[in-house]
Design a protein around this ligand. Sequence first.
Ligand SMILES: *[C@@H]1O[C@H](CO)[C@@H](O)[C@H](O)[C@H]1NC(C)=O
Ligand SMILES: *[C@@H]1O[C@H](CO)[C@@H](O)[C@H](O)[C@H]1NC(C)=O
Ligand SMILES: *[C@@H]1O[C@H](CO)[C@@H](O)[C@H](O)[C@H]1NC(C)=O
Ligand SMILES: *[C@@H]1O[C@H](CO)[C@@H](O)[C@H](O)[C@H]1NC(C)=O
Ligand SMILES: *[C@@H]1O[C@H](CO)[C@@H](O)[C@H](O)[C@H]1NC(C)=O
Ligand SMILES: *[C@@H]1O[C@H](CO)[C@@H](O)[C@H](O)[C@H]1NC(C)=O
Ligand SMILES: *[C@@H]1O[C@H](CO)[C@@H](O)[C@H](O)[C@H]1NC(C)=O
Ligand SMILES: *[C@@H]1O[C@H](CO)[C@@H](O)[C@H](O)[C@H]1NC(C)=O
Ligand SMILES: *[C@@H]1O[C@H](CO)[C@@H](O)[C@H](O)[C@H]1NC(C)=O
Length: 351
Amino acid sequence: MNSVKWLIRLLLVFFLFHFSFSADTITLDHFIHDNNDEAIVSAGNIFALGFFSAGSSTNRYVGIWYYQIPVKTPVWVANRDNPINDTSGILRIDGRGNLALFQGNQTLPVWSTNISIAGPVNSFAQILDSGNLVLLQNDSRKALLWQSFGHPTNTWLSHMKIGFNLRTGLNQSYTSWKSPDDPGVGNYTFRMNPGVSPQMVLYKGSVPVWRSGTWTGIMWSGIPEMEQTLLFNHYFNDTDGELSFSSDAVNASLVTRYVTNETGVTQRILWNTASQSWIISYTAPNELKAKKDTIGAPILSTCSGSVSGTCQVLRHFVVQTNKAPTTIVTIEAPVHLWELGTTANLNLYYS
Ligand SMILES: *[C@@H]1O[C@H](CO)[C@@H](O)[C@H](O)[C@H]1NC(C)=O
Ligand SMILES: *[C@@H]1O[C@H](CO)[C@@H](O)[C@H](O)[C@H]1NC(C)=O
Ligand SMILES: *[C@@H]1O[C@H](CO)[C@@H](O)[C@H](O)[C@H]1NC(C)=O
Ligand SMILES: *[C@@H]1O[C@H](CO)[C@@H](O)[C@H](O)[C@H]1NC(C)=O
Ligand SMILES: *[C@@H]1O[C@H](CO)[C@@H](O)[C@H](O)[C@H]1NC(C)=O
Ligand SMILES: *[C@@H]1O[C@H](CO)[C@@H](O)[C@H](O)[C@H]1NC(C)=O
Ligand SMILES: *[C@@H]1O[C@H](CO)[C@@H](O)[C@H](O)[C@H]1NC(C)=O
Ligand SMILES: *[C@@H]1O[C@H](CO)[C@@H](O)[C@H](O)[C@H]1NC(C)=O
Ligand SMILES: *[C@@H]1O[C@H](CO)[C@@H](O)[C@H](O)[C@H]1NC(C)=O
């Protein structure tokens, strides 16, 4: 009896080890196949790269999603306009050293990083905890050959840039999917417009539908929420041929992304661990005009000078309101933390 238990335990350990172990690289010897549901996972189990289908479609795409979030949320798609119509897809390093996606045994790739690499072919692809998929030279320098952060789709993660670099030719913009079932290039693009006063602009086709206003030194003039938010750091760079903007969360454990949605908005979205769902914290174009509302329990708060449950300077946090979608709001006065645990009436000011 004991030995049976012992054997079961051993098998269980083997099983768990086998299925929880995933390399974070695709090498000359290690491919991933769609028909075995294979994926690679970043070292800290943050992001996965593998095959998925969008919405109700059965077409197959290679993409990156959050490994630990149960709602599969693609943040990048390789073959967005060239889906594979069966599960024969293979993602591997090809004979030129590129990361390439093949349908079954076809010789022409459906998608490829498509760069010319000098010297002997010895490269590998790696998915990082930032969500960046990188193609590296397999030598002592590990030179960066290609990165998904340089080729965004509709999602802007922390440390990804919007903008361009005239020296390297990078020009990074974000384009909506066609529909929730089709990650193909849609009608809305979010990009940096150069000029005397650079701005971020949301386009429908070639028609601008929203502008961020100009950079004031700490924020975009059309996004006053940025001045006060304590949740994010913002990085504007206008030097040496580069014009770019990026951001990250002050607390790196906050899962956050910007999405240029096929519905014609760009939104900052946060993962709410408590409710296990995505919430929208900022929308552009922003049509919220309400002045007063009732708030529920806070989803996330930032606070400095917190002493034994009392928050002295809490002004901004994300709440779920009755009327409007979740947004970052300004609280009229400092609030005690314990009041935030229950439903309360407060004066909220939307920007
Ligand atoms: C790098 O190259 C060495 C020598 O060819 C090889 O043994 C190793 O598996 C390669 N590593 C990766 C990550 O491709
Ligand atoms: C699937 O795609 C292949 C290659 O593009 C094509 O030859 C084939 O006809 C397609 N099959 C179906 C069922 O659409
Ligand atoms: C490719 O795969 C198809 C279907 O599995 C098979 O019929 C064909 O012989 C294969 N071609 C080569 C060159 O291996
Ligand atoms: C690779 O780039 C060449 C030249 O720009 C282009 O003709 C070709 O279609 C590209 N191939 C893939 C698989 O993207
Ligand atoms: C970046 O690309 C967009 C279109 O994709 C283009 O309109 C714009 O001029 C480009 N910017 C630079 C600086 O090349
Ligand atoms: C994009 O816009 C065109 C012209 O307005 C429209 O015909 C098309 O359906 C739109 N595509 C999507 C995916 O919404
Ligand atoms: C700003 O851009 C320049 C030129 O590309 C680059 O050298 C520099 O590292 C960038 N600064 C930051 C903080 O990213
Ligand atoms: C960051 O957020 C996590 C989860 O909400 C929290 O446990 C942690 O204390 C926070 N870290 C800091 C430095 O505020
Ligand atoms: C766009 O927004 C709609 C409505 O909120 C949502 O159903 C859809 O999933 C969003 N699309 C993406 C790609 O996030």
